[in-house]
Design a protein around this ligand. Structure first.
Ligand SMILES: Nc1ncnc2c1ncn2[C@@H]1O[C@H](COP(=O)(O)OP(=O)(O)OP(=O)(O)O)[C@@H](O)[C@H]1O
Ligand SMILES: [Mg+2]
Length: 705
């Protein structure tokens, strides 16, 4: 959907060179100096409108541009075009180290050649106080003579400063190359780059990354907790001395690492020399039982590139809230099915605890933001994982996860409130949050765009957008994932759904061209301004919340089985004159939910932009089930949801009696307890977790996987 620009700043754009975790790189032409250049365009989101961020961006960019070394890709220019920050660099036409590693493993001497060139550059930057933060094979580029250069110096830091604006601090890096201290959100220094260099060395010599798992998150955790793997288990042909080098470069405690990249290179050279002398004396080094064969040329398959819209901004942050005995934080990830779960080992030595936080008083204290990238950076495992499954996640009401919105970001937690995790950090508005049936994808509306966030890969993507529409109010996918109800430009569509086809949709005629059930005509006209929609459990009925002809909000239940507008049956409309809902005098309903069968839940709008009395209504008996307010009969509620099996309710509560001091609390409780008037306990969120009392948490329960 993004078109290749003709010009960025003064640079003519020729072609796209590629996309990484968060940027697009173009081949461009600088007519002033008559030279080819590479133009790296960062996401618009980074250019925060706050002048402070702009200043910081400019200052950091200048530092990067001033970094000069024969093995650092020179930055020629930094600027902003249509609000998008960009960098202009030397065009490197010799490919990247990641391509070379894919083509086959390196000999020790070949690895030394690379390190010999880049190590002094890294050390010089460190001496100036500049940490790269994203050292990885795709950031080592070759010129046409095959000389290696480090690229993207400091860009991670720059991006991080911008991305961290909403939730406090944030880290951007690539999980596969992230030092433990970086993954834990501590201050980083040159030693984190040394760690990453150790991983590059491991990869050059084995064709594999030391830590592999099926989610970027799980990879990051392994860096924190798993012992450094023995390189000779992956490539038994390597000399023993190689083991020591990898263990030292990748030491969990940064004090134990090489103090410079050059020191590491020298150690490597020493090992190579010993091998040569020893090889002349003895036949071959003893072989350790191989865990897996090193990658060889013919086996290497190119990873499929993602089609369609590339993620704009790929970030999966983790907020770790559990302090463990070792004095450091672990994220006990449960984002994957238990069988492929990465076990979290607590047996490894804890990192130095001088700068390790031991308690968290504030919700934004230690976020780990991981810029998950393309599949190359955190590859899917090629072998079956043989790891012990973790104890299973709690399930209640048929749900295993709660996703919700807080300060414009999506968060996720277990249904008992544990493992609270921040998912996005793009700061875009988010409404109509929902899970797709795959259990991995969350979708939501952001302005006139529908976006998706995959909790497994951390990829934020665009599902569809309606750039010329005046409104996009609802986008609700059926339980079977095959249809979607869309309210765009105050018209209702029920059309076939799949993520791929949706990418081609951007206007009314595109929707009409899809296989459809309801198009805006006939009886559907009565639902003028639809705000939200829900599906019955069997996807045969739909319900929508709309502003009725007299200006009052109403919910209608419609039978769409025939898919012909003429025969659509309106089965019920409430509250209307069905029941006189206390608090509904203003006729404003901002949100509702359906158990998919006979019960609806909704709230009125009394304070803070839509918090009010909570009502449960049975549309088959046309009677209210629960008159009002489960928490001690006090107001006010918002965004109630039925659990997937209809036995639990999730809702947010602000105690009106506490006036301004009222916090937003989330409850997930058996519906039976509510009717019985039991004392209810909110989910254990950190004190003052919700910052904006006018915000709608819009929780979405994931059916247990
Ligand atoms: N100066 C350059 N000259 C030629 N190609 C480049 C240059 N810089 C980047 N590229 C290519 O553009 C593509 C995207 O680069 P980009 O740096 O955005 O991604 P990455 O290195 O994979 O991830 P990250 O953004 O985290 O650094 C890569 O394939 C890279 O090889
Ligand atoms: Mg790069």
């Amino acid at each position: 959907m993004t078109m290749q620009p003709e010009k960025i700043g003064i640079y003519e754009i020729k072609s796209e060179l590629g996309r990484g975790g968060m940027a697009t790189v173009y081949r461009g032409y600088d007519s002033r100096f008559e030279r080819e250049v590479a133009v790296k365009v960062l996401p618009q989101e980074l250019m925060h409108s706050d002048p402070q961020f702009r200043l910081r961006f400019e200052r950091e960019a200048k530092i990067i541009a001033q970094l000069e070394h024969s093995a650092i890709v020179p930055v020629y220019d930094v600027g902003e075009s249509d609000g998008q920050p960009f960098f202009v660099m030397r065009y490197m036409n010799g490919g990247s180290l990641s391509e070379r590693i894919k083509a086959g493993i390196f000999t020790i001497d070949e690895a030394i050649q690379i390190l010999d060139a880049v190590a002094p550059a890294l050390d010089e930057a460190h001496a100036k106080g500049i940490v790269h933060r994203d050292i990885k094979p795709s950031n080592i580029l070759f010129d046409k003579r095959g000389n290696p250069y480090i690229s993207d110096f400091g860009i991670a830091k720059l991006s991080q400063a911008q991305a961290g604006n909403v939730t406090g601090s944030a880290i951007i890096g690539t999980p596969a190359y992230m030092a433990p201290e970086q993954a834990q959100g501590m201050e980083v220094d040159g030693r984190s780059d040394i760690y990453a260099l150790g991983i590059i060395l491991f990869e050059m010599l084995t064709g594999k990354q030391p830590f592999e798992a099926d989610t970027p998150m799980a990879v990051a955790i392994k860096h924190i907790t798993d012992p450094v793997p023995h390189i000779r288990n992956t490539n038994p042909k390597l000399p023993e001395g190689m083991e020591t080098i990898i263990q030292k470069a990748m030491a969990k405690n940064r004090n134990d690492r090489f103090s410079s990249a050059v020191e590491m290179t020298n150690a490597l050279r020493e090992v190579a020399r010993n091998v040569t002398t020893r090889l002349q004396a003895v036949p071959a080094p003893p072989v350790v039982a191989p865990a897996s064969e090193p990658t060889i040329r013919s086996e290497v398959k190119a990873l499929p590139s993602r089609k369609g819209f590339n993620p704009l901004f790929v970030i999966a942050p983790v907020l770790v809230l559990a302090a463990l005995a070792g004095g450091f934080f672990l994220f006990n990830g449960n984002r994957t099915p238990p069988t492929t779960q990465t076990p979290v080992s607590t047996s490894t030595s804890a990192p130095e605890n001088t700068d390790t936080p031991t308690s968290i008083s504030d919700a934004s204290a230690v976020p780990i933001v991981i810029a998950s990238t393309n599949t190359e950076a955190a590859p899917l495992p090629t072998e079956t994982l043989t790891q012990t499954p973790l104890p299973s996640v709690p399930v209640s009401g048929g749900a295993d996860q709660i996703a919700f919105v807080r300060s414009n970001e999506i968060w996720m937690m277990n249904v008992d409130g544990s493992e609270l995790t921040q998912l996005t950090s793009d700061s875009g508005t988010k409404t109509d949050l929902q899970w797709l049936p795959d259990g991995d994808t969350l979708i939501f509306i952001s302005g006139l765009t529908v976006k998706s966030y995959n909790v497994k890969t951390g990829v934020l993507d665009i599902v569809t957008d309606f750039p010329s529409a005046s409104s996009l109010n609802a986008f609700r996918v059926s339980h079977d994932g095959k249809q979607v109800m869309i309210a765009v430009n105050n018209e209702i569509f029920v059309v076939s759904f799949d993520l791929e086809t949706m990418k081609g949709v951007s206007k009314k005629s595109d929707l009409i061209a899809l296989e459809h059930c309801i198009l805006p005509e006939g009886k559907t006209k009565s639902a003028l301004i639809v705000k939200e929609a829900r599906w019955a459990a069997d996807d045969k009925l739909v319900a929508w919340l709309f502003k009725g002809p007299t200006g009052t909000d109403l919910v209608s239940v419609l039978d769409i089985q025939d898919c012909t507008p003429a025969t659509i049956d309106i089965l019920d409309t409430f509250p209307g004159n069905r029941f006189d809902a206390p608090g509904f005098q203003g006729g404003v309903m901002l949100d509702f939910d359906w158990d998919g069968s006979n019960q609806f839940i909704f709230h009125t709008a009394r304070r803070n932009n839509g918090w009010g009395e909570l009502h449960v209504y049975n549309w088959e008996t046309h009677r209210p089930t629960l008159t009002v307010n489960p928490i001690g009969r006090r107001c006010c509620y918002r965004d109630a949801r039925w659990s997937p099996d209809g036995s639990y309710l999730l809702f947010s509560f602000q105690d009106e009696g506490l006036a301004e001091a009222a916090q937003t609390l989330l409850y997930y409780v058996p519906f039976g307890d509510i009717s019985a008037g039991a004392n209810l306990t909110p989910l254990p969120l950190p004190e003052g977790f919700f910052i904006n009392p006018r915000e709608a948490p819009q929780p979405a329960l994931r059916p247990a996987q």
